[in-house]
Design a protein around this ligand. Structure first.
Ligand code: AMP
Length: 945
């Protein structure tokens, strides 16, 4: 066999058709004498699994057959073929016909006419050739059983069968579903596609509606292009079919009972979607173009703006929300999922029927960005599933200026990443609006039936450059030469409808003029828009607007009720076998609840959740291993040692309590944190917590902090009360996992955008978590949470401190030092406090006070001044930190502390005691770590020399 033929067979064949038999024959020959088969095959067979040769001579067949069956399993799933039963030529051909049918199902999409420009390079697929299957044109008139082909008759001529297959699988819809392992899903697709030949006959009304939507899509771009020439708008031109596609999805989900649809999309086509799908008033958009908008916040460019509206469908009113998004492509997808899940949880919609996510993507980003895979991987997990997402790839076949297949991705399609979760993929030619409509219907119905993700790959083009000021033919000459000649989708469809006598040429003109007139008048152009929306379809955020961070919060909780709750958490179901060490933790908590021993971190944190639940606030916690806690302090989920069943005491705090949702997350930070951002920006009433395994893991989610958490309120007016627990602390564990990179978060702080806290006692974490919900303020909360402090003998609190206290932004010296005797004050945050305290006590130093700043941002100026004021004899003041000088709070927060000092002691400057600046966050050797610790503790406590 020639190398080329071999390569072609292996690279393109699904080992369907006659090949299994052929290869088996080869293998027989190989078994007799390996020298009889070509070298390439010999090498391949040499690698196959071997059975024990001493058993029977026939044994080697089995693994081989399994291997081939595995490769061609799609083939055999529908109709297992026994080669031994083939007795006549016709029967042999019958088998080949069935295999041909499956070849089309699996690979027909590779011959589909997907590219409106006709430039897409397609491989030839031998499996779709009659000869490959031992058939020829001479057989076209022979009648064969059509097997599982949904063709409306049991028998048909080969020609009829091939025509049906060509129409179904190689027309303007190319479907990929044979990679799905669930047979029911495969069959579902076969039935839906084959029975309609992937091109149902639509009524005149439907066709006119499609034309009207295309006219709107094209009309807006033309209008903006002539009114605001050269202004960036990332137009949809070339992908206008998106608008009828969206229209169909919304109407269809509405008719299935959806109440809310949340949409995520990047900038391309966004203005068109805002106007033609969500019904934004056109005059509002024009004002934005003309810079006349009122500033409510710092704002964002118009093609990042979100929008909300209600539209009417045959199933009732549906609320639409288009998520705000940054330029960072794809990151909005998990945000949308989180927002959808929050709405589903609010409605008790456990299957995802009432709220539907639609995520739009660009082809290059979909193939290129890792968060796409992470988001897919969320889709069926307990914590993050949303009943399936409709993904639409606006595939204009170019990413900015990169379009060469070899450069832009490694896979045939930009959608191949979706196969990671076996999502079906419908590639559709954007210049066939009816095919696009069909793809939308199939996608919506698949989600409804199977509650899983599905992808529509809208293959289109980009009529202009990356934006309207960009000239594309410098980098894509052939493509743009073709595009210049290309009629628009609307023109093509209008011509078709005129030819089919569905509409007259004047009718087409009328549609154009009607739309232009609506734009001239600045009107809404979505006919289904509900002018007086039903507000019950979405959450009222007004109670959370306009509060300062200083708003007071009473986080106390009646002592007796606290103890009752504490006891309740110790209850486990009859016969539930708690693991020994966990049992010990519960026993300890029993003693803490009884007031018999000091309270530790795990207890206080658990009681924060319990008391919030008791007061009616829902709580959601996700993150890596949050059930147990990375450092084994939480144990919120108990595991029965007998049968591995789980029991979550916090779900049984009281009857009618709100949800306590706690889930271990997949090992993702970016998608998971973005999801929780989406969740918390949709859930004002509850506590939403994300915990990183170690604080520095959050690095992988930096984009979420930068583009959403720290800036979302100021760019888009979207409040967010997300709490992030980032374990942080220098314990000699090396460069990784010591630092949560506090400096990064502090650097992002301005205009009271986030809160950064470093609680150092159990009572502090308790009140901090409670404050986060009880106060009407909704601000992201970044917490440097402890590791060794979870068990530190001094890091304890009392029941009374939980019952009566408050979160203290600054904690004054706790030992009874004589204030007037204090000549040096040490300011610090977090674990270093205990290092300082223990050493000062050991050295019996009485003139150095240690003050903890527990909230580094918004900086508690007044509280710090109040604490420092009595130290009137203070001569020196230090900031002490365990992080290197270029990290931690030193550079970002020193001027805040200095301001308080200036007010009390003009001229006194803040000194630094801590590690020297360092490229690496922490020392890798324990001895070096300890030496550094000794150095700065002695410096801070004035023990040197
Ligand atoms: P949505 O359900 O996302 O369309 O939101 C409905 C309305 O609630 C929006 O138009 C906003 O007025 C308000 N809203 C939604 N989310 C937030 C948020 N995170 N912060 C402030 N207001 C919000």
């Amino acid at each position: 066999m020639h190398e080329q033929t071999m390569e072609q067979l292996w690279s393109t064949s699904q080992l369907a058709g006659g090949n299994v038999a052929y290869i088996e024959e080869l293998y027989e020959a190989y078994l007799k004498d390996p020298g009889e088969v070509p070298e390439e095959w010999r090498n391949y067979f040499d690698q196959l699994p071997r059975a024990d040769e001493s058993v029977t001579v026939d044994t080697p067949h089995k693994p081989v057959r399994e291997q081939f069956l595995l490769i061609s399993k799609n083939q055999h799933r529908n109709r297992p073929v026994s080669q031994g039963s083939v007795s006549t030529e016709h029967e042999r051909k019958q088998v080949q016909v069935l295999q041909l049918i499956n070849a089309y199902r699996g690979r027909g999409h590779q011959h589909a006419a997907l590219d409106p420009l006709g430039l897409m390079e397609r491989q030839s697929v031998p499996d779709l050739d009659l000869h490959f299957h031992g058939l020829s044109k001479a057989d076209l008139d022979t009648r064969f059983q059509s097997g599982s082909l949904f063709i409306g008759q049991d028998e048909a001529t080969l020609k009829e069968i091939v025509d049906a297959l060509e129409a179904t699988y190689c027309g303007t819809v190319g479907s990929e579903f044979m990679h799905i392992v669930n047979t029911a899903e495969q069959r579902w697709f076969q039935q839906r596609l084959e029975s309609a030949r992937s091109h149902p006959k639509y009524s005149k009304e439907v066709k006119l509606h499609l034309l009207e939507r295309l006219t709107a899509a094209e009309g807006l771009e033309k209008y903006l292009g002539s009114r605001y020439p050269g202004v960036k708008r990332f137009g949809l031109e070339g992908g206008e079919s998106l608008i009828p596609l969206m229209d169909e999805l919304i109407q269809r989900f509405g008719s299935y009972g959806a109440k809310e649809i949340v949409i995520g999309m990047a900038h391309r086509g966004r203005l068109n979607t805002l106007i033609n799908t969500l019904g934004k008033k056109t005059s509002d958009l024009f004002n934005e173009f003309e810079g006349k908008s009122e500033y409510q916040s710092h704002g964002d460019v118009k093609y990042h703006q979100g929008f909300s509206s209600n539209v009417m469908t045959s199933g009732g009113e549906v609320h639409l929300a288009l998520a705000f998004n940054p330029s960072h492509l794809e990151i909005v997808s998990p945000v949308v999922e989180g927002s959808v899940r929050a709405r589903q949880d609010r409605r008790g919609d456990t299957v995802g029927e009432l709220v539907v996510p639609i995520s739009m993507h660009g082809d290059a980003a979909f193939a290129g960005q890792g968060v796409v895979m992470e988001t897919f991987q969320l889709s069926q997990t307990r914590a993050y599933k949303t009943g399936g997402t409709i993904h639409i790839v606006i595939n204009n076949q170019v990413g900015f200026t990169t379009s060469k297949r070899e450069d832009v991705r490694s896979t045939e399609y930009c959608t191949d990443v979706a196969k990671v979760i076996e999502a079906p993929i419908l590639h559709v030619n954007g210049d066939d609006p009816e095919a696009v409509l069909f793809a939308a219907q199939i996608a919506a119905d698949y989600r409804r039936e199977f509650k899983k993700d599905v992808v529509i790959d809208l293959v289109c083009y980009r009529r202009r450059g990356h934006n309207e000021a960009d000239e594309p033919s410098g980098t894509q000459p052939i493509m743009y030469a073709q595009i210049k000649k290309q009629k628009t989708t609307r023109e093509l469809y209008a011509a078709k409808l005129i030819a089919d006598a569905v509409i007259s040429a004047e009718g087409v003109k009328d549609l154009e003029e009607e739309y232009r007139k609506a734009l001239d008048e600045g009107r809404h152009v979505v006919k289904s828009l509900v002018k007086e929306p039903n507000k019950e379809l979405f959450v009222d955020w007004t109670p959370y607007l306009g509060h300062e961070w200083t708003a007071d919060a009473d986080t106390s909780f009646d002592l007796q009720a606290l103890q009752e709750l504490s006891n309740k958490l110790l209850e486990v179901p009859e016969g539930f076998a708690v693991q020994r060490q966990v049992g010990k933790i519960l026993e300890d908590r029993g003693r803490m609840g009884a007031g018999a021993s000091p309270i530790n971190w795990g207890y206080a944190e658990t009681m924060a959740y319990a008391t919030l639940l008791k007061e009616g606030y829902p709580v959601r916690i996700t993150g890596q291993d949050v059930g147990r806690g990375t450092f084994s302090h939480r144990h919120a989920v108990l595991h029965n040692q007998k049968d591995a069943s789980r029991y979550v005491p916090l779900c049984h705090v009281s009857e009618n309590q709100p949800a306590f949702d706690l889930y271990d997350s997949l090992l993702s930070e970016e998608a998971v944190l973005a999801f929780e951002y989406g969740y918390s920006t949709t859930t004002p009433g509850g506590l939403v917590v994300w915990e990183a395994q170690f604080g520095d893991f959050a690095n992988g989610a930096q984009v979420v902090f930068d583009q959403f958490i720290s800036s979302g309120e100021h760019k888009w007016g979207r409040l967010c009360g997300l709490t992030m627990l980032l374990p942080h602390g220098y314990e000699g564990q090396g460069p990784e996992h010591s630092s949560a990179r506090l400096e990064r978060y502090l650097q992002l702080c301005a205009e009271h955008n986030v809160q950064i806290c470093v609680p150092s006692t159990p009572a502090q974490v308790y009140h901090m978590l409670r404050r986060q919900v009880i106060r009407p303020v909704r601000k992201p909360l970044v917490v440097m949470s402890p590791k060794s402090l979870l068990r530190h003998k001094l890091a304890t609190s009392t029941l009374e401190e939980l019952a009566e206290g408050r979160f203290q932004t600054v904690i004054n010296e706790i030992d009874e030092l004589e204030t007037q005797a204090v000549r040096r004050v040490l300011l610090c945050s977090g674990k270093v406090y205990y290092d300082l305290l223990e050493r000062r006590r050991a050295e019996e130093i009485n003139d150095i006070a240690i003050v903890r700043i527990e909230q580094l941002y918004p900086f508690p100026h007044d509280d710090l001044e109040e604490v420092l004021a009595p130290y009137t004899n203070m001569e020196e003041i230090f900031w002490v930190q365990e992080e290197p000088k270029n990290m931690g709070a030193w550079y970002n927060s020193q001027h805040y502390m200095q301001r308080a000092i200036n007010n009390l002691k003009p001229g006194m400057t803040l000194n630094y005691a801590g590690r020297a600046a360092s490229a690496s966050p922490a020392a890798g050797y324990m001895a070096l770590h300890l030496a550094q610790l000794e150095q700065y503790i002695s410096e801070a406590l004035d023990l040197q020399g």
